[in-house]
Structures are given as structure tokens and as C-alpha cells.
Ligand binder design. Sequence first.
Ligand code: IPE
Ligand code: IPE
Ligand code: MG
Length: 257
Amino acid sequence: MSNTSAPRPDAGREPLAGHFDREIDLSRVPVHVACVMDGNGRWASARGLQRTDGHAAGEVALLDAVEGALELGVKWLTMFAFSTENWRRPADEVRYLMGFNESLLVRRRDELNDKGVRIRFAGRRDWRVPRRVLRRMDESEELTSSNKRMTLTMAFNYGGRAEIVDAVRRIVDDGLRAGQVDERALRARLYHPDQPDPDLVVRTSGEYRISNFLLWQLAYSELVFSDVLWPDFRREHLFDAVREYQRRDRRYGGVAR
Ligand code: IPE
Ligand code: IPE
Ligand code: MG
């Protein structure tokens, strides 16, 4: 029987300070938030701009989302920046995205480092990613490796299917017998086995799909879809998503609490 009249056990806890929100329960903030940053191209087209201008405009949104996550105390933030399928785009746009992600790192890594953010990457480091970009990725990971406040994982040349295939390859390389292959063995061979599964996934731009993001890890994530185009996304939208998350009942196949 539900007991709606009893005060919630967390009633009276300190609300999130500040002007933006009085309802987020800081004792139930998602530990890991993952975002599909989508809608840059449409944002630009709506303004008569180039698609690449939309990507450039997405930088402010990314940094504001990071700020918001830090304010909330989110420990893991994963952002989908470039998928294994995005190579299908026109060569100019792909080239732009490679250079843009590289320069974003160079411009932003010190400030992220100062905020205590550990930067990591998830994805394939294959020949298609320019060596220059790989170097910046390595440098940024190294610079921020001892930070503890939050881990920002950039999913770059990332595909959920590719990640599972890579894990299976490692299982074969490690010589496991069929009977030794279980969820634990596979999970241990994902790109970042230490990372908890996302509690909350936010996708912008009004598309209701996963687009090959974190397929293994999303098994029980709460999905929140927003119509906002990524360049317009701000921490308030993240707070809205967290509020929505806090209204959900996570059952993991069990029964309601
Ligand atoms: C997301 O915006 C950025 C990347 C996929 C790199 P899009 O470029 O997909 O923008 P839309 O979906 O075409 O509007
Ligand atoms: C997903 O967005 C990938 C990133 C945000 C980097 P896409 O725009 O590539 O996904 P689809 O094509 O709409 O499914
Ligand atoms: Mg898109």
C-alpha cells in the first residue's frame, strides 16, 4: 500500500542553494549523467548559418552543463561528442569537428583542471582520428588525471556496438573459455570499467533514440528527452532533467518500493 501522506524521509534536507531551483533533492542526485548533445545543425540552419557554426555554438552549452553538474555534485558526466557513424558526414564537417574538438581541449582544459574535473575519452583511437587530436586528448587526460571532483568523459569516435565488439575481442585475446564469459567478464573489458552505469541520460533536439550511445551501460538508465537544441542547452535544462529523474521510480525489474 502506498503511503503518500507520510513525510518523505529526506524532507527538510538542504535544498540546492541559489536562484535556479528549490526542488532538487541533493541527496538523490544522479551519480552519472550522460548527454547526447544533439541539434547543432538544426540550430544553425534555423539561423541561416552553417552547420559548423552550430557546433561552435555548442561549446557554451557544454561548459554550462559541466558547471551545472558540478553545482549539483554529479560525479561522472559523459558527453557524446562524435559517434562512429558521424564519419558519414560530409568531409568538411568531419574535418571541422576534429579541429573543433582539438581546439576546445586546448582552450578549456586549464579551466576544467582548475575546477577539479578529470577529463577522459571513450572511443576508438583509430587511424581516422588525426594524430594531433589524439595527442591533445592524451595531454588533457594526463593534465587532469589526479582530479577527483568530477570525471568528464568525452565519447569521441565512440559507438556502443564498437565498444562491445572491442570488449569481445579482448575476451578472445585473453583466451577465455565460453563458460568464463559472463557479464562481469564483458564489463571488465569496456573502455572504462571503473565508471558506474549512467543513472540519467539526456538527449536534446527532440529525437527519441539512443544512436549507438553506451548500449551496454544504458540497460537501466532513466532517459529524459528534451526539445531544446544543444546550443541552447543550459544548466537549468540539466536541472529540469534531474528533477524529472527524481520523479522516476527505478525498479530494475523488481517491484515498486
Ligand atoms: C550534434 O548535432 C553534434 C554531433 C553529432 C557531432 P548535429 O550535428 O547532429 O545536429 P543535427 O542533429 O543535424 O541538428
Ligand atoms: C548522436 O547524434 C551523436 C552525437 C551527438 C555525437 P547524431 O545526430 O549523430 O544521431 P542521429 O543520426 O540523429 O541518430
Ligand atoms: Mg544530430
